[in-house]
Design a binder for this molecule. Structure first.
Ligand SMILES: [Zn+2]
Length: 372
């Protein structure tokens, strides 16, 4: 690879990361994380390539000017070249990492939602215990800890993973200290064990980090925590976003963290390869609606805080699009026919199809989930 190609590749990567972020906060990382979990699947590869090639052409003029400027340095020796390109990489990645800021929404007296990159984090600061839900990506852990330190000086007693995806569990290693106990559904531990053991065998992870990444207490159906007069219920919902989803309800605070069983304001990502299903997804919403009331504040896995009214509308939308695709299946339509039928879910595409799951992905997911 010559200098120009190296430079092009590094700049294109950064530009594609930045543009993906503009479009949707978690699109690129969720895709990449899920992609890596499935041995960097084709979807992730194609998306990355598409972003890179697309943006390359758009930014060609800008890049050209930058090359001229940078190549004026004319590094002569191999060491100088290596140094130049290391600096370019460091520079671009530092720009990238600086972009992530952790913002805090105060949802009630003791409960907060933290947004950075990846799944929304919930923090409850009780009289005796601090309770955390999900931890995004490992490189963000310090920023997340700093944000939490503005809310409380107490240590985090429990950290619950709502499911196994990397944008919700990536910080486990950094948060799993002597003071903090990791809790999750049985299947989250199983999935993280499989993923972790592979990383250990490929020398991408130490044995010590592997052990720290795993939930230390697991449950099959549910678990209840108490903090003074607060009751915190962890409820497992079956085969919704994955096969290990948990919703966490703070009874007195009246806050429900739904993990990725709710993507407010956009089509949901249903991970069929990890046990998710549209039926389970809708059932999870129905369970949530039974637990909450008109005043409940909902923390979705992705998107802004929500409420019962919005969740009700959302589950109506899901039931409708499920019925539409089921009708197509019953009429003998093939996956390709449903995939290419852009008018099929058009009534919701404009309002819900602008996130990570675009209208075509939604049609394909529904078809595959219902066809099983
Ligand atoms: Zn997820």
């Amino acid at each position: 690879m010559d200098e120009k190609t190296t430079l092009t590749a590094s700049l294109a990567l950064v530009i594609s990361l930045k543009s993906a972020k503009v479009k949707d906060n978690e699109i690129f990382f969720t895709e990449l994380t899920v992609g890596f979990i499935h041995k960097f699947n084709w979807l992730a590869k194609i998306t990355s390539l598409y972003l890179i090639s697309n943006l390359l052409s758009v930014f060609m003029l800008f890049l050209k000017k930058l090359y001229v400027l940078l190549l004026k340095i004319k590094p002569k020796t191999i060491a100088m070249r290596a140094l130049t390109f290391s600096l370019i990489f460091l520079f671009t990645f530092s720009i990238y990492s600086q972009e992530v800021t952790i913002s805090i929404d105060t949802l009630n007296q003791n409960t907060f939602m933290l947004t950075g990159r990846g799944g929304n984090i919930g923090v409850y600061v009780g009289n005796n215990h601090v309770f955390m839900i999900d931890d995004q990506f490992a490189p963000l852990s310090d920023k997340i800890k700093t944000a939490i330190s503005t809310l409380t000086s107490k240590p985090i007693t429990y950290l619950v993973n709502t499911h196994m995806h990397g944008d919700h569990t990536g910080g486990n290693i950094n948060f799993n200290t002597e003071n903090t106990t990791l809790v999750a559904h049985d299947n989250v531990r199983k999935k993280l064990e499989t993923k972790g053991l592979k990383n250990v065998s490929e020398k991408k992870m130490s044995q010590e980090d592997y052990e720290k990444s795993l939930p230390e207490i697991t449950f099959s159906e549910g678990m209840t925590f108490y903090d003074d007069n607060e009751t915190i219920m962890a409820l497992h919902v079956h085969n919704a976003h994955t096969d290990g989803d948990t919703m966490i309800y703070f009874v007195n605070e009246n806050i429900l963290h739904m993990g990725d069983t709710y993507f407010s304001g956009r089509y949901p990502y249903i991970d069929l390869n990890n046990g998710g299903s549209i039926e389970g997804y809708i059932a999870a919403h129905k369970k949530a609606l039974m637990v909450i009331d008109e005043n409940t504040k909902i923390i979705p896995g992705h998107g802004r805080p929500s409420n019962k009214k919005e969740l009700k509308n959302y589950v109506m939308m899901l039931s409708e699009i499920q019925a539409i695709v089921q009708k197509e299946i019953d009429a003998g339509k093939t996956l390709d026919q449903v995939k290419s039928n852009t008018s099929l879910l058009s009534q919701y595409d404009a309002t819900h199809g602008n996130g990570y799951i675009d209208p075509e992905k939604m049609r394909v997911t529904l078809y595959k989930s219902l066809k099983k």
